[in-house]
Design a protein around this ligand. Structure first.
Ligand SMILES: [Cu+2]
Length: 151
């Protein structure tokens, strides 16, 4: 890394720092995680990401202490069925709410360390520098269905 690049990166973090204290307009609502079927190690998390700020932001990554891997997935039309695809980010335009919900974009949790229950904590990382930690309840299939049918 050149000196100039190092300086730029440093400046970026300097500028991004205020947002890390929660001054960005990003908030997360209604997070939940689907309970993994017994013996499986994969599940998905859903939520609504709201940007009440005046600048565009972007979800860049997610992590969970509950799983070895966590990634951002979208659903796309494949050859003859809908398929999941990993994407590097999800845009959250100013004034917009982006919903991650069953049948659509979601956060994929792979390599679960056992069956999840009660709550899991998800760490979301945004381009603005905002880091948001959310406690997401783990919902059983029937509870999840009830939840989804509300929308
Ligand atoms: Cu997925």
């Amino acid at each position: 890394m050149t000196m100039k690049k190092t300086l730029l990166v440093f400046l970026f973090f300097l500028l991004a720092a205020p947002f890390a204290r929660g001054e960005a307009g990003i908030s997360v609502k209604d997070p939940w995680v689907r309970q993994n079927p017994p013996g499986t190690s994969v599940t998905a998390a859903y939520m609504v990401i709201e940007n009440t700020g005046a600048t565009a932001d972007e979800l860049l990554g997610v992590s969970c202490g509950c799983s070895a891997e966590a990634s951002i997935h979208v659903i796309e039309m494949g050859e003859d069925s809908m398929v999941m695809k990993e994407v590097p980010s999800i845009a959250v335009p100013p004034g917009a709410s982006v919903g991650l919900s069953p049948g659509g974009s979601h956060l994929m949790l792979e390599g679960l360390s056992g069956d999840i229950k009660d709550n899991v904590v998800l760490e979301l990382k945004f381009r603005s520098g905002a880091r948001i930690s959310v406690k997401a309840p783990v919902l059983s299939p029937s509870a999840a269905q009830k939840r989804s049918s509300h929308h």
